[in-house]
Design a protein around this ligand. Structure first.
Ligand SMILES: C[S@@+](CC[C@H](N)C(=O)[O-])C[C@H]1O[C@@H](n2cnc3c(N)ncnc32)[C@H](O)[C@@H]1O
Length: 238
């Protein structure tokens, strides 16, 4: 499958962010992102003999947490060489390099055999692919039957006044703060609001859950976190 314009756009967006990603990603989620990740990990059933695939691993935050909390081995996959370079430094610094193997590749075409992982996580991925349904099929393909799949994504708070505050934050707060941090974060600040809104316009949570089921993932559930600013979805490979 050829590299698409959207793949290239995501590569360009993330290329300058690696070294500052962890610090500023937390800031841009109002400090909520660590909480969301903890809930994501609580949905994953894995132990020391299991191997978990973390797709769009970025700087390896979820991968490191998976090893700490479950003792499992992790394969972290991302299309960005720059984000993986930061992940490599983080994992070496934490003494986890022997438990996490990093692979450069695309979620749309995973370089792994069918059913080769005991569980799978992905965070902030589906807004960056052309065809979320096809990508979900590809993600499900590499998980063994019974393995858990869990994902974290930004959400749009459904209720007022939080919705109005969220709109103000993504329209003015994020672009302004991003711009003040660096040109790269300025780009992210302008990109995120339209990206999140556009994604849920096309894929409301109920539709997304149907796509998960069609991809071969059963018992699909989701939970809104921080008044809907974050969404964790999970299920079990059929
Ligand atoms: C917002 S970052 C999230 C990183 C990490 N999951 C986290 O939560 O800190 C999104 C990541 O998705 C990666 N990405 C985007 N499109 C991808 C694709 N099609 N296949 C693999 N990785 C992709 C980017 O390179 C980037 O590292």
């Amino acid at each position: 499958m050829a590299v698409s314009a959207r793949n290239r756009q995501a590569r360009a967006l993330f290329a300058p962010l690696g070294p500052t990603y962890d610090r500023y990603a937390r800031l841009l989620s109002f400090g909520q992102d660590p909480r969301w990740r903890r809930f994501l990990l609580s949905r994953i059933a894995a132990g020391p003999h299991d191997t978990v695939l973390d797709v769009a691993t970025g700087t390896g935050a979820v991968a490191a947490q998976l090893v700490h909390e479950t003792g499992c081995a992790v394969v972290g996959l991302d299309q960005s060489a720059e984000m993986l370079a930061t992940a490599r430094r983080r994992l070496a610094g934490a003494g986890l390099a022997d438990r996490v193997r990093l692979v450069q590749g695309r979620a749309e075409r995973l370089p792994f055999e069918d059913a080769s992982f005991d569980a799978l996580t992905f965070t902030y991925l589906l807004r960056y692919v052309d065809d979320p349904s096809a990508t979900l099929h590809e993600l499900a393909r590499v998980v063994r039957p019974g393995g858990t799949v869990a994902a974290l994504e930004f959400g749009v708070p459904p209720r007022q006044p939080w919705r109005a505050l969220w709109e103000l934050w993504v329209d003015f707060g994020l672009p302004g703060i991003g711009h003040a941090l660096s040109p790269g974060w300025g780009e992210v600040g302008r990109f995120l609001g339209p990206s999140i809104r556009g994604f849920y316009r096309e894929y409301p949570l109920e539709r997304l859950a149907r796509l998960w089921r069609r991809a071969g993932i059963d018992d699909v559930r989701w939970r809104l976190l921080s008044l809907g600013g974050g969404v964790v979805t999970w299920g079990q490979r059929a």
